[in-house]
Design a binder for this molecule. Sequence first.
Ligand SMILES: [Zn+2]
Length: 410
Amino acid sequence: MLRKKYYIYLAILVFLFLGSSVFLLFAHGQVNNTLVVQEVVSVPEISDRQEIIEIKSGSTFGELMNAIGISPVLANEIYESALDKCDLSQIRSGHFLEVDFDKNSDEFKQLKYKIDSENELLVRYENNNIDLGSGECIAEVRPINYEIKITTKEGEISSSMYEAALANNIDERAIIEFANAFQWTIDFAMDPRVGDKFKFIYEERYLDDQYVMPGKILAGQYINDGHKYQVYYFEEDKDNTGYFDEEGNSVQKLFLKAPVAFKYISSGYTTGLRYVEAFNVSTGHRAIDYAANYGTPIRAVGDGTVIMASYNGAYGNMVKIRHNGTYQTNYGHMSKFAVKKGDKVKQGDVIGYIGSTGFSTGPHLHYEMEKNGVKINPLLEVLPPGQAIADINKERFFTLIKGFQEELNK
Ligand SMILES: [Zn+2]
């Protein structure tokens, strides 16, 4: 019994020894492999030094450069090289300067400044290496290269579109762009009804994975009182670019729906909507009143010629615009004029500012439309659609919008 047990123990020991040797062999190999990998990873990575400076009000370009170790001579070189493209003495507070220094020499390498939402200034220091310090600053303005993400947002109106946007976490700037795409179709002060629905597909712009701002509205839908309106962005050619309906007709018409832009009748002014007075033949109010703060810009609803810009009794300061042989629009109670008699205006141009001059109890715009001398309700006037996409480009248009249309109709 004992002997037999001994052999068994021996067999187990041999087995364990062999087994562990084999294990060690593999384990050793693994350790080696790990070491090899670590050697690759552990190569030191030196990156350029970067300084990001927020421009505070009152600070000068020279002071900001000095604070990050750039000499007055070099700061002036940067300034001079950029001057014909961007005046760095006029940098705006709240914006940023981004400066990179070379990882090896720690010398100035480049400076970036965002001029506006579309363009940035880039000043690079180029050393030609023939003589030490013989480099020069070279400035260029280039488009900001955003990463684009396409996103869809939607909402339902319970009080105003602006509030529906807030409730759905939609960027205020995106809802303003959306309203702009519908500015020939919907008057967002007068038309919206409780239960209206909106949905839109647009570009979101990112820099270094940080959301910056909304970009183009690519497609949008507004269901107003049961009627569905859709717009699609399309670049037919440089003369015909903008928004089209699902059939390829331009939605950009002779007149804007409202003489006050959505952004002024929305953010902060939602209570103003209570004081909007509609067109009403029985009360004799053959106009639409838009309530908004003093000084809110008033825009021409269409191209035309200013035929009056003066005080006009109960209407107070009034502008009248003749658009063509048929239509004229009139704007009353202004606090200030932005045009004078005889001026030619373009659709959307600011012609004056909201006030309470003449017979008026609070700041509002009294807006009239005349057709052949008769005051009509501008909201009910059916205008011909704008220029349609040419037949040879329609295939391209329909192919482009197919996916968007499916998304909107979901
Ligand atoms: Zn009125």
